[in-house]
Design a protein around this ligand. Structure first.
Ligand SMILES: [Zn+2]
Length: 92
């Protein structure tokens, strides 16, 4: 059995990145884990033109990674801002 690839969607779910309405499983907007933008400026693209790309970009703060980036590295990159914000908001 072929292993299912680990995608940016898996990372987003694990980190609690909030998905915004609209889009589809291949491409959708999220609440930016870096700047907190909730207007849909941050976009996850899992599959583009039938190919697994796993890219993300925030058009508000400029955070992003292009094709070929490693989803686990993304997890490490965006976990600290979440922790900081949760702490600020009194969750931690
Ligand atoms: Zn952002």
């Amino acid at each position: 059995m072929k292993a299912k690839p680990f995608t940016i969607t898996d990372v987003g779910v694990l980190l609690g990145v909030q998905r915004l309405p609209g889009g589809n499983e291949d491409s959708y907007n999220v609440v930016c884990p870096f700047c907190g933008d909730e207007r849909g400026k941050c976009n996850f693209v899992v599959i583009k033109s039938g190919e697994l790309v796993n890219v993300y970009h925030c058009f508000h703060c400029g955070a992003g990674a292009g094709k070929g980036f490693d989803p686990p590295v993304y997890a490490a990159e965006c976990a600290p801002p979440y922790a900081v914000r949760r702490k600020r908001d009194g969750d931690l």
